[in-house]
Ligand binder design. Structure first.
Ligand SMILES: O=C(O)[C@H]1O[C@H](OP(=O)(O)OP(=O)(O)OC[C@H]2O[C@@H](n3ccc(=O)[nH]c3=O)[C@H](O)[C@@H]2O)[C@H](O)[C@@H](O)[C@@H]1O
Length: 455
């Protein structure tokens, strides 16, 4: 893989090639001089020289980045994101080679009759881990993909990875923007489905790092769709949208038929953009696409950036927690949805996804395009969430009630789920009290009393 720095190195060595007769003379006399040097010494200097070349090559950033270059060998090393985002990526991902291909194939192998072969992006994430395990358990082939970025404690992602490994699921380390990697995966495996859960999540963080949302939720999604549309056969794609697309809507419960053109955060705007992009790829290329609008999903192995998670941590540590309220002491509420219910929704969406109709980048007929709410249909005020946690943890929270900041949060969410119920029998069964009990049990088991955790 030529790079500007490696070619400049080659240019330097080319300078030794004589271009004038005078210089040629110098080179020849130099050659004669070397001719008399003992062989052992010559070998020693040759090794030193080769060593220097190797050090120079591996220190050169472009030598470890191939995200936009076509594969040049069976082993690749690629930075998981563009330069400005690489600081969030803890290590450069590496992929390729026969042992790696063997692991990919074994993980994706279907073990049940009529089973699927599913690529799960964001497999080391909260929902990704749970969905992967559920698919594997019923005999589907599952291959994970994750860039293990440090948006939140990567050791939690590593722990989820170990969990998946124990179920025979391999997570390829790489970014959805790495098209060479995606192409390679589609070369190795005929995926029937893609469960696309890799994303930059969180509504408030979008003000701190807007480009990470564009990078993952827009550029990454388009890159994935490009590879899927060219695949032959094309897979059916189910992907994570968000309840946040309802933005500042006031009509409740939120229905898929409602407007979604007033997002309150860049995060919501990128998810809304994803829905429009999905429409385009469905329309032009015949890709079967299903978007799932998740409503504040919570549970064991959850995301430490979410309120229920860091409230638990801070209550146990005796730290104050900011509890938001609306204008005029209005209630801020969420349609908190338990992970097991969401997993059932994801599987229902996969099971009812029709085949894509195109092949090799060409549409052959109209294809399925769907969007579903996956919520709980019973919103709970944040103050009540804190009350439940206090009772479960047996610790009184130090509440600091404050006005909902204008940083992307919306005052309430409430899902109408009749469409998902009709299409695949989606029926959430876990109330917040029951779900938080399971979360707290996991949390205390994972972090001990929680007082020693520092995520
Ligand atoms: O449903 C969704 O689509 C979204 O759900 C969550 O977003 P959010 O509902 O805002 O979840 P949290 O950040 O955990 O907040 C939950 C509630 O706690 C409140 N909160 C949050 C933070 C805080 O310090 N204090 C506080 O009272 C929020 O206003 C909100 O009402 C996820 O973070 C998003 O990635 C996801 O897409």
């Amino acid at each position: 893989m030529p790079s500007s720095s490696s070619s400049s190195h080659m240019d330097n060595s080319n300078n030794n090639i004589p271009s004038t007769p005078g210089k040629f003379k110098t080179e020849r006399s130099l050659y004669r001089k070397w001719h008399h040097v003992p062989l052992a010494k010559l070998t020693f200097y040759t090794f030193v020289f080769l060593g220097l070349i190797l050090v120079f090559f591996f220190k050169t950033p472009s030598a470890t980045s191939s995200s936009s270059s076509p594969p040049s060998s069976s082993y690749h090393s690629s930075s998981s994101s563009s330069r400005d985002l690489s600081r969030r990526s803890l290590k450069t991902s590496s992929w390729g080679g026969l042992p790696w291909e063997k692991r990919v194939r074994s993980s994706a192998r279907i073990r049940s009759r009529n089973g699927f072969s599913v690529l799960v992006t964001g497999a080391a994430g909260f929902v990704g881990t749970h969905v992967s395990v559920a698919l594997k358990r019923r005999g589907d082939g599952v291959l994970g993909l994750d860039n293990f970025n440090d948006y939140y404690d990567p050791s939690l992602k590593r722990a989820r990875q170990s969990l998946l490994e124990r179920s025979g699921i391999f997570i390829v380390e790489g970014d959805i923007n790495d098209d060479a990697l995606l192409k390679k995966l589609f070369e190795l495996i005929t995926f029937t489905h893609v469960m696309h859960l890799a994303a930059q999540a969180g509504v408030r963080y979008a003000m701190e790092n807007p480009s990470s949302y564009v990078h993952s939720n827009i550029a990454g999604f388009v890159n994935l769709l490009e590879v899927c549309k060219n695949a032959n056969p094309q897979p059916a794609i189910v992907w994570a949208s968000s309840s946040s697309v309802y933005g500042l809507n006031t009509k409740v419960p939120f229905s898929e038929k409602d407007r979604t053109d007033q997002p309150a955060s860049l995060y919501a705007a990128t998810k809304k953009a994803g829905e429009e992009i999905a429409h385009t790829y469905n329309h032009i290329y015949g890709l079967s696409l299903t978007g799932l609008r998740f409503f504040t999903v919570y549970g064991p192995w959850g995301r430490p950036d979410m309120a229920y998670f860091f409230f638990t941590r801070d209550i146990l540590k005796g730290k104050a927690i900011p509890v938001f309220e609306g204008a005029n002491h209005g209630t801020v509420a969420r349609d908190f949805t338990y992970i097991d219910d969401v997993v059932r929704g994801c599987l229902g969406a996969l099971d009812t996804a029709e085949k894509s109709t195109g092949s090799g980048g060409k549409k052959r007929g109209p294809a399925q395009l769907r969007v579903f709410n996956l919520g709980n249909t019973s919103p709970v005020p944040v103050s009540e969430l804190v009350g439940i946690l206090e009772r479960l943890l047996k610790v009184k929270a130090k509440r600091v009630v404050m006005k909902l900041p204008r940083n992307g949060d919306v005052p309430f969410t409430h899902a109408n789920i009749s469409f998902a119920r009709r299409e695949f029998g989606y029926k959430p069964t876990t109330d917040l009290q029951t779900g938080l009990k399971k979360f707290v049990r996991w949390y205390v088991g994972y972090y001990g009393s929680g007082r020693r955790s520092d995520q």
